[in-house]
Design a binder for this molecule. Structure first.
Ligand SMILES: [Zn+2]
Length: 197
């Protein structure tokens, strides 16, 4: 059968204890291996509401204005990757999912939705999801601003969707610029005798 997305041959859909359907490893997988390539239809975020309700959850944000969604009304296995606050996979680019660490047979493959979701542009949609993934790091509520959390920016460096990685780098450049400007002001004040230290 021709599918829109590609799934690693050692992965399969099974029932997940926590979230209904999930994707599981049939065999051991090594860090860095490509797990899935997401395909489908590219659409403005609001157009996802034109999909049947049961298909709306099978969309993934790939840019501030766009999501990639199902190209047909039949879900594919790649639609069933679940979120975890302690994931074992992350992104290379926008649609390539790779193993962030070695994965053992029978482990569920998860990624953190913070890797792909950010505030949408041109849409009133606000992303917010309750999480009960059960891991000690669980954030309980997953929001569209989670990519800004300093801890996650360190943990998922190189694994955020490319467009979010670029947002982080641009934010870091701005912060760096502000720090440099701040230091310049302090040194001028020191020179002017306005600051003792
Ligand atoms: Zn969680």
């Amino acid at each position: 059968m021709i599918t829109n997305s590609w799934l690693h041959p050692d992965l399969e859909k099974r029932n997940s204890a926590t979230h209904g359907g999930g994707i599981f490893a049939r065999a051991d997988i090594r860090k860095g291996e490509r797990l899935a390539i997401f395909g489908g239809k590219i659409m403005p975020i609001d157009d996802m509401y034109e999909l049947p309700v049961e298909m709306q959850g099978y969309t993934m944000q790939i840019e501030e204005r766009l999501v990639i969604g199902p190209a047909s009304l039949v879900p594919e296995d790649t639609d069933f990757f679940n979120h975890s606050c302690d994931p074992n996979s992350g992104f290379k680019g926008q649609v390539f999912l790779v193993a962030m660490r070695d994965i053992s047979a029978d482990e569920e493959i998860t990624f953190d939705y913070a890797m792909t979701v950010s505030a949408s542009v041109g849409s009133d949609m606000v992303f917010c999801m309750e999480c009960a993934c059960g891991c000690p790091e669980c954030r309980k509520t997953i929001t569209e601003d989670d990519w800004k959390l300093p801890g996650l920016r360190v943990r998922y460096k190189g694994y955020f969707s490319q467009y979010i990685q670029e947002k982080i780098e641009s934010l870091d450049r701005d912060n760096f610029g502000e720090r440099v400007r701040g230091e310049a002001i302090i040194s001028e004040k020191k020179k002017a005798g306005l600051l003792v230290r």
